[in-house]
Design a protein around this ligand. Structure first.
Ligand code: NAD
Length: 357
């Protein structure tokens, strides 16, 4: 039976970049290599403009029905003054929490052809391939109680609660170990167990889960050391397993090692491997509608969708190889262009990937 994929272009450059990923998926469909049905929906500012809600009921229903979702990006300055519950980001957060997408997978991968784009020396980052597995729906960002209160002496105090249950730790740890089995069989679990009890439990539970994956090497690292090691010698990492807050910070640090935000895909998965796939960047309103955005992060997000939700890892490999091939051919969108390479538009880059398939 064919699988259902919901395409949510969203705002800004969203429609331009998702159109390129859809071209690539259509090419695989035409070949008979891929059996999917694609349906388009509204989310973010585009949905607000049309329906008054950034996440219309119809979109949520289609998202629940789908096996996977491919999203462009949401947001734009014209929506910044709306009440919080009408803002485009609310659509994204509603999808993440409504579908219980607790596992965020963010690869930081540097194609050797783009090594000069990093702020680190080429020999430090060339061939870099890290996967950060971040817990997305728990930890200090969601823990209760939280707030700002006034003490008896009149001084104000802000407080949050850093909490993880064993089951929350266990399910994200399984995601990390299973991802490592599809890669280089190593998990580095990040904690601050010398100071925080919650991460002492994190470390204990991850160690227990590791016993079920004897083929995967587990190491534990304190978060401050991990931040340092990421810029010192990032190629020592395969899969980094983190809680919500540490992952938020480390994944941005890792993504900048690659120097080009237009290249980085991401996935957010639930316990049945249903997932939402999107580029790591935003809606880039400054370049929207000009056909100059880099569509490769979105095309690579479609590859992750094939690997993690649609059970077609060989097609994911083919897309990733096609991307590498167009880079070998010297084709670059404006954001990654350098002297001696050929500057191409967003749609021409999409066509080139299709041709390279
Ligand atoms: P951004 O990622 O949209 O843009 C940052 C810079 O990177 C801009 O100069 C932009 O032109 C460039 N850029 C981003 N993606 C690119 C691509 N594919 N090709 C070429 N250049 C690219 O971040 P921002 O400017 O801080 O935010 C813009 C809007 O996006 C805001 O409304 C923000 O809330 C929203 N946003 C959405 C998401 C999401 O949908 N997941 C994530 C981050 C920001």
């Amino acid at each position: 039976m064919s699988k259902k994929v919901l395409i949510l272009p969203g705002d800004g450059i969203g429609p331009e970049i998702t159109a390129q990923a859809v071209k690539v998926l259509n090419r695989l469909k035409e070949e008979g290599a891929l059996d999917i049905e694609m349906q388009e929906g509204l989310v973010g500012g585009a949905a607000y403009d049309e329906t008054g809600s950034p996440l219309p009921e119809e979109t949520m229903a289609a998202a629940r029905e789908a096996d996977a979702i491919l999203l462009g990006a949401v947001g734009g300055p014209q929506y910044d003054s709306l009440p919080r519950d009408k803002r485009p980001e609310k659509g994204l957060l509603g999808l993440r929490s409504g579908l219980e997408l607790f596992a965020n997978l963010r690869p930081a991968m540097l194609y050797p052809q783009l090594a000069h784009a990093s702020s680190l020396k080429p020999e430090v980052v060339s061939g870099l391939d890290i996967l950060i597995v971040r817990e997305l729906t728990g930890g200090i960002y969601f823990g209760q109680p939280r707030g700002i209160r006034t003490l008896d002496n009149g001084e104000r105090e802000g407080f949050n609660t850093y909490v993880y249950s064993e089951s929350e730790i266990r399910r994200i740890a399984h995601v990390a170990f299973q991802a490592a089995q599809k890669r280089n069989n190593k998990v580095t679990s990040i904690d601050k167990s010398n100071v925080l009890e919650v991460t002492e439990l994190w470390k204990e539970v991850v160690t227990e889960v590791a016993k079920e994956y004897p083929d995967v090497e587990l190491e534990h690292m304190l978060v401050d050391n991990a931040a340092m090691q990421l810029v010192r010698w990032p190629k020592q990492f395969d899969v980094m397993l983190t809680g919500n807050m540490f992952g938020d910070i480390l994944s941005d640090e890792a993504s900048m090692l690659t120097g080009s935000i237009g290249m980085l895909p991401s996935a957010s998965l639930n316990s049945e491997n249903k997932g939402m796939y999107e580029p790591s960047h935003g809606s880039a309103p400054d370049i929207a509608g000009q056909d100059i955005a880099n569509p490769l992060a979105t095309i690579l997000s479609a590859a992750m969708m094939l690997r993690y939700s649609l059970g077609a890892p060989e097609l994911a490999d083919r897309i990733e190889q096609a991307v590498s091939k167009v880079l070998d051919q010297g084709l670059r969108t404006a954001d990654i262009w350098t002297e001696g390479t050929e500057k191409v538009s967003c749609s021409a880059m999409g066509d080139a990937v299709v041709a390279a398939l």
